[in-house]
Design a protein around this ligand. Structure first.
Ligand code: SMG
Ligand code: MG
Length: 374
């Protein structure tokens, strides 16, 4: 099997409702899908999780698209006759950074490679769960209304979500957490600041200790290792890192330095599924809990996340919510909650396919590149 061509499909899916974080308000999922087409007529799929502007990390959709065309495809070309996962990883890793672009491409190739072998991604990963617990990430309501927050959270709890994550920022932290905790005294609850605090906010972070949170996610800027270590020593709530963890090496540093006790794994943020597996394995060996983050993925990215989250070390519910949490119409058959869980796809590869009519309707640009290296 060889990879014959790569097709990039750019599209923007409207979100059901705006998603507000300390960084910005998202109204659409502006992304591109990578389709890796083999000489045996198989298509494998990957999704780019960059946002349309560089506010979560430095990557953004147009930039990922460009680096793919200019730098990643020529590297993939060299291994197109034997696109095994390790060879693809080594080829793409000649390029520094651009982890989200690499992940979209390498996942599409991995999907094609697995489909050719009739093996599911979950099986390839040694995933031992058939379903994964679903958590949900709750944005900051418009005008910071506690009433709006409470009714949104109540809706998710009614649907069966097993864990609630509240997005926080200065001015929207202790009070919303107190409100949710006083109504739902036992629901697993955590917060995510997306780097919005500073070292001077330690006392405020300590106020969260009384609410029995699972974790505080990425309170400080991604490069503030010292600040995270100091905060971790000051708070009883575990610190979890998201944006700071961009590789196995940064994960090891975070654990060794004591900057985090829990790790959020997102394939797009660490450069691929294989790197995610390495991080998972290290954390499992060290008894460090991990969970699968989310980037408002369509069904394509979600399928890969759910397979990953089914690995044994993923002991906390992920930001792997049902399709209906995000979209009126997903681009695959929708992921649905079953007793607060998502079923792990077991078909070949990622186990889901895009619905061609939906893709056709949403696609705004296509790039199709034949790989020609002999
Ligand atoms: O996919 O449910 C989801 C979103 C989960 O909060 C979420 N993601 O920092 O963890 C995070 C954010 C990153 C994307 S926010 C636009
Ligand atoms: Mg986060």
């Amino acid at each position: 099997m060889a990879i014959e061509r790569i097709k990039l499909h750019r599209m923007a899916l409207p979100l059901r409702s705006p998603f507000r974080t300390s960084m910005a308000v998202e109204t659409h999922r502006d992304t591109y899908l990578v389709e890796a087409v083999t000489d045996t007529g198989i298509s494998g799929w990957g999704e780019c999780v960059a946002m349309d502007w560089p506010g979560y990390t430095h990557e953004y959709t147009d930039g990922a698209w460009d680096v793919t065309l200019e730098f990643l495809l020529p590297r993939l070309d060299r291994v197109r006759h034997d696109p095994n996962p390790q060879a693809v990883r080594a080829a793409l890793d000649e390029i520094k950074g651009h982890v989200m672009a690499k992940t979209a491409l390498s996942t599409a190739v991995l999907d094609a490679w697995l489909r050719e072998r009739h093996q599911s991604l979950a099986d390839f990963l040694g995933a031992d769960k058939t379903a994964v617990d679903a958590g949900v990430s709750v944005g900051i309501p418009e005008a910071q209304s506690i009433d709006a927050l409470m009714s949104e959270v109540a809706g998710y709890i009614d649907q069966g979500y097993k864990r609630i994550k509240l997005k926080i920022q200065p001015g929207w932290d202790v009070e919303p957490v107190r409100a949710v905790r006083s109504t739902w005294s036992t629901i697993p609850l955590q917060v995510d600041a997306n780097q919005a605090y500073r070292r001077t906010d330690t006392a405020l972070m300590r106020e969260l200790d009384e609410f029995d949170l699972l974790l505080i996610e990425q309170p400080l800027p991604e490069d503030d290792w010292v600040g995270h270590v100091e905060l971790a020593m000051s708070c009883s709530t575990p610190i979890c890192l998201d944006e700071s963890i961009i590789s196995l090496g940064t994960c090891e540093a975070a654990l060794n330095f004591g900057a985090a006790r829990i790790i959020n794994i997102k394939p797009g943020r660490v450069g691929g599924i294989l790197e995610s597996v390495d991080i998972h394995n290290m954390c499992l060996a060290r008894d460090v809990p991990v969970w699968c983050g989310g980037m408002l993925e369509t069904g394509i990215g979600r399928a890969a996340n759910v397979a990953l989250a089914a690995m044994p070390g993923f002991t906390l519910p992920g930001d792997t919510s049902a399709s209906s949490r995000y979209f009126a119409q997903d681009i695959t058959a929708p992921f649905e909650l079953v007793d607060g869980q998502l079923l792990v796809p077991r078909g070949a590869g990622i186990g889901v396919d895009p619905i061609s009519e939906v893709i056709a309707e949403l696609t705004s640009a296509v790039a199709e590149i034949s790989l020609t290296h002999s």
